[in-house]
Design a protein around this ligand. Sequence first.
Ligand code: M6R
Length: 366
Amino acid sequence: EKAGYEHFMLKEIHEQPTSIQDTYAGKIFELEGKVILDELKMDEDQLRSLQRVTIIACGTSWNAGCVGKYLFERLAGIHTDIETASEFRYGEPVLCGQVFTLAITQSGETADTLAAIRSSRSYGCKAAAITNVVGSTITRETDSVLFTRAGPEIGVAATKTFTAQLIVLYLMAIHMGTVRGRLSPETAREILVGIKQLPGQVQKILNNKDAIKACAEHYANVQDYFFIGRHLNYPVSLEGALKLKEISYIHAEGYAAGELKHGPLALLSSETPVVAIATKGHTYDKVLSNIKEVKARSAEVIAVANQSDTEIDKYVDTVLRIPDCHELLAPVLSSVVLQLLAYYTAYARGCSIDKPRNLAKSVTVE
Ligand code: M6R
C-alpha cells in the first residue's frame, strides 16, 4: 500500500502533483479570472460586508493559516487574525456576529480546534472549515465546509494535506478579492494560471530531489537548525522547522528573518545551519541582508531560491531550487523542498519516519 515507497511520508510527498490538482479541479476558471466556490455558503453581499476573519488551527494547519492571513489581507483586503486553537479557547476573544471564523484541520478531529470553533459560534460568528476528511466532526460544527482533496494521509507528518490547504486558501482569497472588487480579473487570472502550473512544477522538484537529499545528509548530524523567511515565507520557515523537528528530532526553529537580531543571532555559529527561504518577491532584498548577517556569524546558509536566481549563489553555501513562479505561489513549492529535506534528514538518522515518537496523527484530546 506504500506503492513501492519506503515510507508513507515519501509516498504522500510524491502524491502532491495529484492532490493539488484534485483540490482545485472544477473551481478555477482562469479565462474569466474567476473562482467558483459553491461550498462557501456566503453570498456576494455577505462577502462584501465582511470586516474580519479569524483563522483557528494547530500545528501545520496553523502554519497554513498564517499563509492564509497574508493572502486574505493582500488579495481580499480583509483584516485577518490567526489564532492557535489551544490559546483561543481559553482566551477572552472580542468577537461578534460580523466576524467570520475559519477552522483549518486536516483530520477534522483536533480537540482544541473543535472547542475553539464551538466557542466562536457561541458569539454568533459564522464559521467555515477546511478539512481533508469527509464526515469528520468539524464538518458538523460549521456552516460551510471546504474540502482538500488530498486523499488519506497516513504519515504523522502532514505533507500533502498542507499544500492542499494552501490551495484552498488561494482559492478563497481570490474569490473574496474579486467579489469585493479588490482584485482585478487580470491579476486573478495571472495567479490562477500560476496555480494550474503548480502540479508540473512540484513534479520538477520531485524529479530533482537528489540535491535536497545530498544537502540533508551533509547536515544530518547537527544539533540545531534555523529556518528564516519574511512575509509568506515566514510561515514556510515555521513549517520547515516543524517538519524537521517532528521526524528527525533535530532542534529546529522557524523565525521571521527580521527578528533574528532580537535574540536568536546569539545562538548562531558554524554549527547551526540556517535555511533561508529566499524566493523572489518584495522582501527578497531584505532576506539577502539577513543572509549576510547570518554568514557574518559563520553559520552555513542553505537557500531555497528560484531557478533563475543566479545572484543568490554568491552569498550562500547551498542553493535548493524551485521553478520560477508567481511570488504568492512560492510557498507551495518551497514547502515541498523542506518536506524532502526533513524526510532525508530523518532517513539518514534512522528515525521512525511515519510514526515519530510521542506523536499521534490526530490529537483528539487536549
Ligand atoms: O488534523 P489537524 O490539521 O487539526 O492537526 C493539527 C496538528 O496536530 C498537525 O498539523 C501536526 O502539527 C502535524 N503532525 C504536523 O506535521
